[in-house]
Design a protein around this ligand. Structure first.
Ligand code: 6R9
Length: 599
C-alpha cells in the first residue's frame, strides 16, 4: 500500500527585515551593522568566523551550510560543523605549504565542494583567495595568475591540462597545484599534489587567523576599457556589508534555503554564493550544472528554495521556454526573487509575477563595490525597469560629464552633481563603505582615477527620478556585459592580435535578446592575408581556444579601415554606432584617413 502524500504545510508568513525603507535608512549606521556580527577578540574580524565558526559556537553546527547538487546527480552536504572542520584542514594544508597572511591562493574549478572549502579555508588562514572562472581559456588564466602572483592554485586535473598546462612556464610564482579529485594525475603536474590526501592528513581543529577588518581577503579581477584586468582587492571588513545586504536586500532569515545561481568565478558567486548567506546561517544550494530549464524548476521545487538570487539572462531564458514549464511545480515556498549583473527588463519583472507569483527584484552593484549598492526590497513597491534605491549606509549620486566623458569638477576639484530628476549622469557612490575595494592591485594611479574627491565613479550612466529611484542607462565606457559577465574589449583584441593574420582588432558588444550583449570583433588583416569565411572561422576558433567560451567573440567581421582617433586608438564607440546604425556622434577626434576613406 502506498502512503498518502502529505501536502506541504502552509508556509508561515515571514515579515521582511526591511519594513520601512526611509526609517531604516535614516536610523542606519555601519557601526551598528558591525555589531550584528561577532568580531574576533582584540577588535579583529575574519569572514570565516562570521560565516562558519560562530554558527557552530552558537549550537547550529548540525545545520546544512552547503548542499551540492552534482551534474550526474551525486549530492553532497556540508554542515556548518563540517565546514569548520574542512576549512581548518585546508588552512592547515596551506600552512604546510608555507602560505600565510596576504599570500595569494587561486581557484579554477567548477562549483564543487573543494572550491568552497578552498575559498573559506584560504580566508581562515588569513591568505587571499582569487577565483578564476572555469570557462576562461589559458590566456585570461595566465594573465590573472601572473598579475596576482598566485603561489597556490586549486583546480582539477582536467582543467589543469586544458587551461594551465599550456601557460605553466609563464607563471613562475606558482609553487603548488592542489588537484581536486586528482590523486593519480598529481605526479605529472609540476608542483602537483592530491588535495584529498592533503586534507585527510591535515589538522582539523585550527582557529581562524587573527585578521583585522583591513586585512585583504579576496582578489577579484575585473575588466576595464583599456589595459590589463584590474585586481579589485577586498578586505575581511567587507563581511559587514555582505551580511547587512543579505538581511535587508535578500531578506535572508535563519531558516531560509537560498540559491544563488552565480559562479564563484565572478564576484556575485563569492559575495552572495558563499560569504553573505553563510553569515546568516542559512542553507545554500549549489548546482554544479549549467542552466537547464526543467532542472532549475526541479531544484527550486525539490530543494524548497525560499530565496533565489539569479541573473537577467537566466530569467530571460526561463521566460522564453514559456510559463507553462513552471506549471506542475510547487514553488509556493519561493518567498523572494532578486537578480543582478545586467539590466533587468521590466517584462521579466512582471513575468516573475505571472510565473512565480513574485516579481523579480533588481539589484545593482559591481566587483569594485563588493556588495549590493542599489536595490529593490521585498515588501516595498517595485517600479519595473528601475534598479531601486541605495541600500542603507550608501549615498549614491549622478556626476555630470563633459564632452570627453570625463567627470565635471567644481573649481575646488569636487564633482558637479546632476540634481534635476530624470537627467543622465555617471552613477557615483560616496566612499568609504565596508565592502569598497581598497585598491586595484599594484595600480595606485588607476585606483585614484576612479574617484573625484570622496566619490567613487562607477563607469555606469543612470538617471534618478523625482522620488530617488535609480534607472540604468548604459555603460559609460566600452566594457562589454555578456550573460552578466564583464568582458574587457582590450583583452579580446590583444588575444586576436596574436594570430599571424591579424593586424588590428576592435571588440564591441552587440545587442542579443538573451545574453544582453555578445562580443563581436572587427579585424584588419595583415597584407599577406585575404578575408574569407575560412579565415573568419579560424579566428573565431582561435579566440575560443585562447580566451575560453566566456570571453571569446561570438562573431568576427573583416574591416581594413578600422576607425581610429588621431592618436591611433580604435574608436569602438564608432564601430558600435555603425554596426547598430545609430548616430555616429562627435567625430572631431577621428583620424582623417579612415573617415576620408568612407566619404
Ligand atoms: C555584480 C556584478 C558590474 C557592471 C555594472 C553594470 C552592470 C550590474 C546591474 C547592471 C544594469 C543592474 N550591472 N548590475 N546593469 N542593472 N541591476 O555584476 O559585477 O561583473 O563587476 O559588473 O554590471 O554595468 O557596472 P561586475
Amino acid at each position: 500500500m502506498a502512503w498518502a502524500v502529505i501536502p506541504p504545510e502552509p508556509q508561515p508568513v515571514v515579515a521582511p527585515h526591511l519594513t520601512d525603507y526611509s526609517t531604516i535608512r535614516a536610523g542606519f549606521s555601519w557601526d551598528a551593522a558591525r555589531g550584528w556580527l561577532d568580531g574576533l577578540p582584540d577588535g579583529g574580524l575574519n569572514i570565516v568566523h562570521e560565516a562558519v565558526d560562530r554558527h557552530v559556537a552558537q549550537g547550529r553546527g548540525a545545520r546544512v551550510a552547503l548542499r551540492f547538487l552534482g551534474e550526474g546527480g551525486v549530492d553532497r552536504e556540508l554542515t556548518y560543523a563540517e565546514l569548520a572542520e574542512q576549512t581548518a584542514r585546508f588552512a592547515d594544508v596551506l600552512a604546510g605549504l608555507g602560505i600565510g597572511r596576504g599570500d595569494r591562493v587561486f581557484g579554477l574549478m567548477g562549483r564543487l565542494p573543494d572550491l568552497y572549502v578552498a575559498i573559506l579555508g584560504t580566508l581562515r588562514r588569513g591568505a587571499v583567495f582569487c577565483p578564476l572562472f572555469s570557462a576562461f581559456g589559458p590566456e585570461p588564466v595566465r594573465q590573472r595568475l601572473q598579475l596576482g602572483h598566485g603561489r597556490v592554485l586549486v583546480t582539477t586535473p582536467s582543467l589543469y591540462r586544458r587551461k594551465v598546462a599550456p601557460i605553466r612556464d609563464e607563471v613562475p610564482d606558482l609553487e603548488a597545484v592542489l588537484l581536486s579529485g586528482g590523486g593519480p594525475g598529481a605526479a605529472d603536474v609540476p608542483g602537483g599534489r592530491d588535495l584529498a590526501a592533503l586534507l585527510a592528513a591535515a589538522s582539523p581543529g585550527g582557529a581562524v587567523a587573527a585578521t583585522t577588518a583591513e586585512d585583504p581577503a579576496l582578489l577579484h579581477f575585473t575588466s576595464g576599457t583599456t589595459g590589463r584586468p584590474k585586481g579589485a582587492v577586498h578586505v575581511h571588513g567587507a563581511v559587514v556589508a555582505h551580511h547587512m545586504t543579505a538581511r535587508y536586500v535578500l531578506d535572508l532569515h535563519d531558516d531560509d534555503v537560498f540559491w544563488c545561481t552565480a559562479d564563484p568565478g565572478w564576484v556575485t558567486g563569492t559575495s552572495y554564493g558563499v560569504v553573505a548567506p553563510l553569515t546568516c546561517g542559512v542553507t545554500c544550494v549549489v548546482d554544479e550544472a549549467e542552466l537547464d530549464v526543467d532542472r532549475w524548476y526541479r531544484i527550486l521545487e525539490e530543494q524548497r528554495v525560499t530565496v533565489w538570487y539569479t541573473a537577467p539572462t537566466a530569467l530571460r531564458m526561463l521566460m522564453k521556454a514559456g510559463v507553462e514549464r513552471v506549471a506542475g511545480h510547487d514553488l509556493s515556498h519561493v518567498r523572494h526573487i532578486a537578480s543582478v549583473g545586467e539590466p533587468l527588463n521590466p517584462e521579466v519583472v512582471v513575468w516573475g509575477q505571472e510565473a512565480f507569483g513574485r516579481p523579480v527584484h533588481d539589484t545593482w552593484w559591481q566587483t569594485e563595490t563588493g556588495a549590493i549598492m542599489i536595490a529593490n526590497y521585498p515588501g516595498v513597491e517595485i517600479r519595473p525597469g528601475s534598479m531601486g534605491r541605495p541600500v542603507p549606509g550608501i549615498e549614491a549620486a549622478l556626476v555630470a560629464r563633459d564632452a570627453d566623458a570625463k567627470p565635471l569638477r567644481t573649481p575646488d576639484g569636487g564633482p558637479v552633481f546632476v540634481t534635476d530628476p530624470d537627467v543622465e549622469g555617471e552613477l557615483s557612490l560616496r566612499a568609504p563603505w565596508p565592502s569598497m575595494m581598497r585598491a586595484y592591485l599594484d595600480e595606485p594611479e588607476r585606483y585614484a582615477k576612479a574617484f573625484v574627491g570622496e566619490w567613487y565613479l562607477t563607469g555606469d550612466l543612470a538617471r534618478r527620478d523625482a522620488d530617488g529611484w535609480f534607472w540604468f542607462v548604459g555603460r559609460g565606457d566600452d566594457v562589454i556585459k555578456s550573460a552578466g559577465h564583464l568582458i574587457g574589449p582590450f583583452e579580446v583584441e590583444s588575444a586576436l592580435m596574436e594570430h599571424p593574420a591579424v593586424a588590428e582588432a576592435g571588440a564591441i558588444g552587440v545587442p542579443d535578446p538573451m545574453a544582453g550583449e555578445v562580443v563581436k570583433a572587427f579585424v584588419a588583416l595583415r597584407p599577406a592575408y585575404q578575408a574569407s569565411d575560412e579565415l573568419r572561422l579560424e579566428l573565431i576558433g582561435f579566440g575560443r581556444k585562447r580566451l575560453g567560451p566566456a570571453v571569446a567573440p561570438r562573431d568576427i567581421a573583416f574591416q581594413q579601415d578600422l576607425p581610429k582617433t588621431r592618436s591611433g586608438k580604435i574608436m569602438r564607440r564608432l564601430l558600435k554606432a555603425r554596426e547598430l546604425g545609430l548616430p555616429e556622434g562627435d567625430l572631431s577626434t577621428l583620424e582623417g584617413t579612415s573617415e576620408g576613406a568612407r566619404q
